[in-house]
Design a protein around this ligand. Structure first.
Ligand SMILES: C[S@@+](CC[C@H](N)C(=O)[O-])C[C@H]1O[C@@H](n2cnc3c(N)ncnc32)[C@H](O)[C@@H]1O
Length: 314
């Protein structure tokens, strides 16, 4: 079956260079999206290798199944990031040679007005990655108090004057559509740059809250790293500083565990890792010109060390 895919995978070559997928290897793609990176992993590890592809969004799973699903080396399952470690173990899909997490939204999600992710398209204010679970953003707004809303806008969107913006949104409720919310925000926030609409930050903040994205990432990372074979690698692409900070901090603490640094004693739950990207890898100007959605991407990579390496370092 032919499926139309709009999403262009970000930092594709850098991800393949980082994970070095090899024939016969076992790989986990925790955010299959539209299947771009998944296809790259499959091509390189087949025919003896295996890829487990997961995503919270049932539409993403269906899209990738339609695109690649009859590939004999691919297993697809719907799962939130923090559910993936238990799923991989339950499927016997461990240990792993490589793991990819490509956070945020795919272009296919963003451009589907019915999903409510974009303020440029009139649609229901939903924003759930999994529309069968939890509450849509409109209902979340109905229930939230002013101060919590202000905190979410400030912490997850770094929205300037968050209290004033929260107040305006709170008073305008019920808000049922994406464009309704955009217009309320435009009425109270001034554009700080021509490139970024003020609603961008508010939509980002609500999406993170509705999907509980940061908690899931924080909880999943150490458990996922523990599933790697020594020498196995994990690559994470983040699209905003909040996600990137969690990845950077977790990798740094795990690399201290790897070096036997006393400062990491409290982090002994983290498997020992070697940091392969002291600075994040970012897209080239050419990639950004071809795919402007890549512009805020930051890729960080870490490699699992053998436990003995940790003991030696101590
Ligand atoms: C940028 S897209 C991935 C694109 C993919 N790498 C490709 O090449 O097509 C991000 C995907 O991650 C999923 N996602 C984001 N946060 C998630 C989470 N906490 N748990 C599970 N899936 C998540 C989204 O549903 C989306 O499909």
């Amino acid at each position: 079956m032919q499926v139309e895919v709009k999403h262009v995978p970000v930092l594709f070559d850098a991800v393949m260079a980082a994970l070095q997928p090899r024939r016969g290897g076992r790989y986990l793609d925790c955010t299959v999206g539209s299947g771009g990176h998944t296809a790259g992993l499959l091509e390189r590890c087949a025919p003896e290798g295996r890829v487990l592809g997961t995503d919270a969004d049932p539409d993403a799973i269906a899209r990738v199944r339609a695109r690649l699903g009859d590939h004999p080396c691919l297993t697809l399952r719907q799962a939130w990031l923090d559910e993936v470690p238990a799923l991989a173990r339950a499927l016997g899909f461990v240990p792993l040679d490589g793991i990819l997490i490509d956070l945020g939204l795919s272009s296919d999600q963003l451009e589907d007005a019915a999903r409510g992710f974009s303020f440029q398209r009139e649609g229901p204010l939903d924003m759930r990655f999994d529309p069968t679970q939890g509450v849509p953003a409109s209902a979340w707004l109905d229930r939230v108090d002013r101060l919590t809303l202000a905190r979410v806008l400030r912490e997850y969107g770094e929205v300037p004057n968050a209290l004033r913006v929260a107040e305006a949104i709170w008073r305008a409720r019920p808000i049922r559509t994406t464009t309704q919310l955009r217009d309320v925000v435009s009425g109270v926030m001034r554009a700080r740059s021509r490139r970024i609409h003020p609603a961008t930050l508010v939509f980002q903040a609500l999406r993170i809250a509705v999907n509980d994205e940061l908690r899931r990432l924080r909880e999943a990372l150490p458990q996922l790293m523990a599933l790697l074979v020594p020498g196995g690698r994990i690559a994470v692409i983040a699209f905003h500083s909040l996600e990137d900070r969690i990845v950077k901090h977790t990798f740094r603490m795990a690399s201290r565990a790897g070096s036997g640094d006393g400062a990491a004693m409290a982090e002994d739950a983290l498997p020992p890792m070697r940091l392969l990207t002291p600075k994040p890898i970012t897209p080239s100007p050419q990639e950004i010109a071809l795919n402007p959605r890549a512009r805020s991407a930051r890729l960080r990579v870490a490699e699992r060390l053998a436990l003995e390496a940790n003991a030696e370092a101590c």
